[in-house]
Design a binder for this molecule. Structure first.
Ligand code: AMP
Length: 226
């Protein structure tokens, strides 16, 4: 009997401070490679909106720009990874953010016989992040991202992608909270760059340039590790 050839689903991690473009790039990779974007920020915002116990505990922490407890975030991610659609492969956006989360992810993947294909660090300058974050907003229907200075819809007030006229801004996308979020990034998340480098899966991308050029660099990396 012939053994069936199984391609293991890809596991990609996007590392970078708030405003580096993780969400934008993850959505582009999702479309291009048929992967599933898993954003713990999105999952937590959904938990807050749904008023779950985890959401209730996370709300004030998120508003302060600090990190939600490892316990809550790991539980949310574990549940999401167990869903069938993630079998196509995932792009982790905003997870892991601490060494404890990175170690928990290693264990989860080991249990399912998977491994990390690449941890891609989007390298940017802090000074530019406040402007990037303060001006950003998304379509309330399809999630397409826009920016007051860099990317307005072609027709004012109408989403280019789905035609909806409802847009939203995140409560934590203000200058004060961004400063705390950047601080949390440098103190707790940046050490993961060395962590993944020592595991031999780190890739660095200059993410200060134009969205399309950054996307092209990422596509090349992803195509090379799949
Ligand atoms: P994000 O959408 O990735 O910018 O996340 C928004 C907020 O959700 C963060 O500022 C944290 O408060 C929280 N958060 C998201 N992902 C994590 C994580 N992996 N660990 C801890 N807190 C997180």
């Amino acid at each position: 009997m012939e053994a069936s050839v199984q391609t293991r689903p890809a596991v990609l991690i996007l590392l970078g401070p708030p405003g580096a473009g993780k969400g934008t790039q993850a959505r582009m990779l999702e479309e291009k490679f048929g992967l599933v974007q898993l954003s713990t920020g999105d999952l937590l915002r959904a938990a807050v909106a749904a008023g779950t116990e985890a959401g209730r505990q996370a709300k004030a922490v998120m508003e302060a720009g600090e990190l939600v407890s490892d316990e809550i975030v790991i539980a949310i991610l574990r549940d999401r990874l167990a869903a069938e659609d993630t079998a196509r492969g995932v792009i982790l956006d905003g997870f892991p953010r601490t060494t404890v989360q990175a170690q928990a992810l290693d264990r989860l993947l080991e249990e399912s016989g998977q491994e990390i294909n690449a941890a891609i660090s989007l390298e940017v300058e802090d000074a530019a992040m406040v402007t990037r974050i303060s001006g950003r907003y998304t379509c309330g229907t399809c999630g397409e991202g826009y920016h007051d200075s860099f990317k307005q819809p072609a027709e004012a007030g109408v989403c280019d992608k789905c035609g909806s006229t409802g847009f939203k801004r995140r409560a934590d996308d203000n200058a004060e909270t961004v400063a705390s979020r950047l601080e949390a990034y440098h103190a707790q998340t940046a050490p993961l760059i060395a962590y993944y480098d020592s595991h031999g899966v780190l890739k660095r991308v200059d993410a200060m340039g134009e969205i399309g050029a950054i996307a092209a660099s990422l596509e090349e990396i992803v195509a090379g590790v799949r």
